[in-house]
Each structure stands twice: as C-alpha cells, then as structure tokens.
Design a protein around this ligand. Sequence first.
Ligand code: MG
Length: 444
Amino acid sequence: MSWRPTFGTNGVRGIANEELTPEIALKLCLSLGTLHGGDIAIGRDTRVSGEMLKNAAVSGLLATGNKVIDLGIAPSSAIQYYVKHNADAGVIVTASHNPKEYNGLKFIDDAGMEFSRDGEKEVEKVYNKGEFKRVKWSRTGELTAADAVPGYKEGIIKLIDVENIRGKKFKVVVDPGNGAGCGVTSSLLRELGCEVIEINAEPDGTFPGRPPEPTADVLGGLMATVKKSGADFGVAHDGDADRAVFVDERGKFVSEDVLLAIFAKSALERKKGIIVTPVSSSSCVADVVEREGGKIVWTPVGSIHVARKMLELDAVFGGEGNGGLIFPEHQYCRDGGVAAAKMLKMLCAGKTLSQLADEIPRYYHIKEKLRVEDKNDVMQKVKNIARGKVDTTDGVKLWYDDGWVLVRASGTEPIIRIFAESKSQKRSKELLQEGVELVKRVSG
Ligand code: MG
C-alpha cells in the first residue's frame, strides 16, 4: 500500500478505492476510536464510494467499543450540528468540492468543529504505530441511525425572524448539484415561505448535473433558471453543502469575495466586532469591515483556521472567499443552509442582491501557479528575500499602498500559488509579475 493518508486543510482526501481504500478508512477510524470514546456520529455526501468507505469506518469505530450513530447522507453542516448537540465526536465521509472519483474522511470534535491540526496529528501517530485499542467481543459497539436534518433546520429557523421572511414570499432557485444538500436547503426555504424551484436536485454521486465545485463557469443552469423564473436569487452548494454561492436576481453570479463582504457588512450592522478571514481574501472585505467600524483579523488559508480564530476572539462573522461562510450564532463551521436563510433575512430590508453587491468596492483579483521542485525550500527562500510590508500568516503577503501580492505553497501539490489584487487590472498584473519573479529568482 504505497499511498499514505495525510491530513490536509480538509481532512484526508484521495481517489476512492485506489488511494483512499476501505483498509485505510478502517485504520483511520480504529485510530480515532482508540483516542476518542463515546457516541460517534457518521454521515456522508452522495459520492458513489461513500457507502463503502462509511461501512469500513463504522467497523473501526465499533471495534474500539464506540456507539455509532449513522446519519446517512446529510450536509456536513447538519452532521456537525448534530455532533455538537448529540455526540462526542463525528466522522464525515466526503470529498467536498473535489471531482467525483475522490472521497475523504473528516473528523469532528465534540464542539462540532473540524479537528485541529494537533488533533489530527494524534490520530496520525496512532495510525502510523498501528497500535489500536481492541475491546473484548462483548464490548464491541452498537450501531443505530438518526436523521440530522430536522434538528439542523430547526436551529436555523430559531435564528431568524421567520414571520417577516414568510411575509415576503421570496422566490428562490436551489442548485444542490446532486450533492448532500438535495432536499435540505429547498425544504428549509419552503418552511420559510419561499416558492422554491430546484435543479440538479436528485442525490447522485456521479454528479450528472454539474461538477461538485460550484464555480461560476458550471452554474449556467442556475443563472438561466433564475433569469427565466424571475426569482429573487439562486443558491448553489458544493458536494457536501457546507459552501453556498449565489446568483443575483438578474441571473448574474456574485463573486465569492463580494459575497463574503456582503455578509460581513450585514453582521457588523447588527453588532460591531471582529470579522475573520484568510489572508487570500479580497481587500473588499477589509474595506467594508473598516467602513462599518469593525476589525478584520487574517488567518492562514483553511476554514478550520478561520473557525478556531473566530471562537478564540468571539468574532461576529467569518469566512473564506469560496462560499465557505461561518455564522457563530449557529456553529463554528461553514454552513450552506444558514447562508441561504441569512440571505433571505438580508433581502427583507428591501434591497435586491445585485444592489447589495454593487455597494461592495471592486478589485481585480488575479492568480497564477508555478510548478517547483521543493515548495517548502522555495517558500523559505522567498521569506528570506521579501522586503517591505511583509505578512507571513500563510506564505508571504506583500502589502503596498495600492494592492498586495501573496505567494504561498499549495497544501497538496508541488505548486506555488501567487495571488495579486488592486483596483486596476494593470497594477494587479504588475503585482502578479512581481510575485512570479520572486519565486523564479529563488527556484532557478
Ligand atoms: Mg464542502
């Protein structure tokens, strides 16, 4: 077995039954079960390989004496909410937005949050040693089933002014992309009085409607349906429905950075405080936060860093520039369902989504990637020669009066990614070029 599972920014990921095999899922869950005892919930997205990996994972958890609650197919956000309220730990079998051949395992702690890096390291240690707890035959665990979705929806409905929203009778198009959000966001919105039109709404792990990652270029169906139906907006999720992206009432995709800024603004209008986002996010978020009298705190890339920093600082909102939005009043993880409900709440004030988007400052955000031999060596050297206003929260970010450039190593591939942003296309290109030259200078 040459492929070894390593925890990246999203748990363990690999091509199912080739890299991430049932044997590996079993061993990972024997490791988890050795370290964490009690009631462990498990759920998955719609991937074809999900049932195979879930059953192997369940075996590992039972063999170590745990009680396992099978939540079936459910959004990651709903599984995390269930764990927070009803279990001691959780396992999610998902590869989130990755292509259909991939799958993954993600571990959840008793607060419903993704494992910290330290928590993952402990699991890795037990995995590599191969010394698992084995309970006596009479103590092997029992398996039950539960539905995580009703409690999750109830929690969301409690957060918002339901009567006001119901009175508006919004029309919404929902595109769960054949993933774990099928039937969840649509029924939530119907309970909130919306007329809902669904596309790609059959759970199907071959993802026939569109790829699991909800990028603008694959959401043509959603844009067209919003336009044709005269809906107030469209919402799309990734494969495990913890991310949400939106299409405005004109059928236009709202960039994820603008979306982040819109939600940050709305959170600060309600309560002044801290907004947390990764260093790769657009300055439009920082601009809005400053304008609204809040404070922005930057983290390394990865939703777990954002969530943990939010908890530590009691932030009012946080998220990533990819539709991963975290609402602390519900839970400290990305939450596609809450995002959809909160969008309704924002629109209750009378502005359309395109009007809300137009209020956000525009930046030109461009990126490039370079293949290198040793990404860590390259990053060390870039750090050594970088001059000026340097931020090393994640990689090297160089700030200028009129923009920034970020150079960082990919978490999974031998690649250096370079991001640049400013208010003019020409300046963004110059900044990007500067980053490219910095990498070339030290990797040549
Ligand atoms: Mg996801």
